[in-house]
Design a protein around this ligand. Structure first.
Ligand SMILES: [Zn+2]
Ligand SMILES: [Zn+2]
Length: 352
C-alpha cells in the first residue's frame, strides 16, 4: 500500500546523454505532481531493457524532452496520487506502466487498432520521465490495471505477444527467435510455444538454459555456427526453413540472417531496435520475390494486446524469467543489457 507521498524519492537519472552516459543512483530526486488526467505512481519495480541503453547512448538519435532524464519504460507499483478529472483509478490501485505515454484516441491509427502508430503519440522516457524514477507520472488512459502477482511485463511481455501474433503462424509451424535468451526474446519463445508453434531459439553465447527453459525445442549459439541457414534447415520439415523469424535482438547480424532461415512465404518480424545505421530489415529484392519473404515491424504493444497477453500470464501459460536486483545495481544491470550478457529480464526493486 501507498504511504504518504514524499517530496523526494529514489531515481537513477542519466547524466551525459550519449555514448559515455552514466546512471547516477539518487535518493533526493523530486517527486512530481499529477496534472489533469494523470496519475502519480509509486513503483515497486522497474524492468531494465536493452532499449534503455540504445536510447540514452544516442543510438536512435532521439532527444528526450527538456527535464526528462529518467529512462525506463516498464514499471509496476501502486497509484500514489490521482490527478484532477481521472476516472476509474484510486490511490492504492495496482498499476503498470507501458512504453507508451499518451495517444490521441482519435486519429485513423488509434481508431483502426494501431494505436502505437498514433500520429500524436508520446513515449515514456522520451516525452515524460520513465520508470527509472520511483515516482513517475502516467497518463491515466495508458495506465494498466495490474493483477497483484504480475511483475513489470509491459515492454517484454506485451511486445513479445504482439510480435508472435504478427507472424500469422498456425500451430505446428516453426518460428526462429533471434535473441531468445534476452528479456523480450524469452517471452517471445513462451508466447510462441503457448500458441502451439515449434520454436528454434538463437542467441549469442550459452543462453540455452533460458531459451530451452522458456520452451524452445532447439537452441543455436550463433557464435558457434557459420551457416545459420543450414543449421535451421536441418531442424525443419523438408529442410525448407522456418515459417517465421522474430528478431528480438538489436543486432545487424541477426537482421541479416533472419530472411535466410525462412521457407518460401516466410515472414520476418522486426522487434529489436539496433543503433541507426547498423542493420537492414530486408536484403536483396530477389529474396522477397523468388521466395515471397515478407517483412514486418511491430512497435511495443497496444492496450488490447496487453490485456490478452496478461491473460496468458494469469493462467500460468507464460512466466517471466526475472532477476530481482537492488536499487544500487541500476548501472551494472543496464551495462549487462548493453553488452547482451543479461539472461532473461532484470528488474530493479526500488525498496531494496
Ligand atoms: Zn523495452
Ligand atoms: Zn492517435
Amino acid at each position: 500500500m501507498v504511504a504518504e507521498v514524499p517530496k523526494t524519492c529514489r531515481a537513477a537519472p542519466v547524466v551525459d546523454l550519449g555514448p559515455n552516459y552514466k546512471l547516477v543512483c539518487r535518493e533526493d530526486y523530486p517527486v512530481p505532481e499529477p496534472k489533469e488526467g494523470e496519475l502519480l505512481c509509486e513503483l515497486k519495480v522497474t524492468g531494465i531493457c536493452q532499449s534503455d541503453h540504445h536510447f540514452v547512448c544516442g543510438d536512435w538519435r532521439i532527444a528526450p524532452a527538456p527535464g526528462v532524464d529518467c529512462t525506463g519504460h516498464e514499471g509496476a507499483g501502486y497509484v500514489a496520487k490521482v490527478g484532477p478529472g481521472v476516472k476509474g483509478w484510486k490511490v492504492g490501485d495496482r498499476v503498470g506502466i507501458t512504453p507508451v505515454a499518451k495517444t490521441c484516441h482519435e486519429c485513423e491509427y488509434c481508431k483502426g487498432g494501431f494505436e502505437t502508430l498514433c500520429l500524436k503519440i508520446e513515449y515514456i522516457a522520451v516525452h515524460t520521465n520513465g520508470t527509472y524514477t520511483q515516482y513517475p507520472i502516467v497518463d491515466a488512459s495508458w495506465a494498466i490495471h495490474l493483477p497483484e502477482n504480475i511483475a513489470p511485463f509491459m515492454c517484454s511481455g506485451g511486445t513479445a505477444y504482439t510480435a508472435v501474433k504478427a507472424t500469422e503462424c498456425k500451430p505446428g509451424d516453426y518460428v526462429c527467435v533471434f535473441g531468445a535468451g534476452g528479456g523480450v526474446g524469452h517471452m517471445v519463445v513462451q508466447f510462441a510455444k503457448a500458441l502451439g508453434y515449434k520454436v528454434i531459439g538463437l542467441d549469442v553465447g550459452d543462453k540455452s538454459a533460458v531459451a530451452l527453459g522458456a520452451g524452445a525445442e532447439h537452441y543455436i549459439d550463433v557464435t558457434k555456427h557459420e551457416d545459420l541457414t543450414a543449421e535451421v534447415a536441418k531442424l525443419t520439415p523438408l529442410e525448407l526453413g522456418a515459417h517465421a523469424a522474430i528478431v528480438a535482438a538489436g543486432s545487424g547480424k541477426a537482421y541479416a540472417a533472419a530472411p535466410t532461415v525462412l521457407r518460401p512465404r516466410g515472414i520476418v518480424v522486426a522487434v529489436g531496435l539496433p543503433a541507426l545505421g547498423t542493420a537492414v530489415l530486408g536484403g536483396e529484392p530477389a529474396v522477397a520475390c523468388f521466395k515471397g519473404i515478407r517483412f514486418r515491424g511491430i512497435l511495443v504493444t497496444t492496450r488490447p494486446d496487453m490485456e490478452e497477453a496478461m491473460k496468458f500470464l494469469a493462467e500460468g501459460k507464460v512466466k517471466e524469467h526475472v532477476t530481482v536486483l537492488p536499487f544500487a545495481e541500476f548501472p551494472e544491470a543496464l551495462a549487462r543489457c548493453a553488452n547482451s550478457t543479461a539472461k532473461g529480464r532484470q528488474v530493479i526493486d526500488f525498496n531494496k
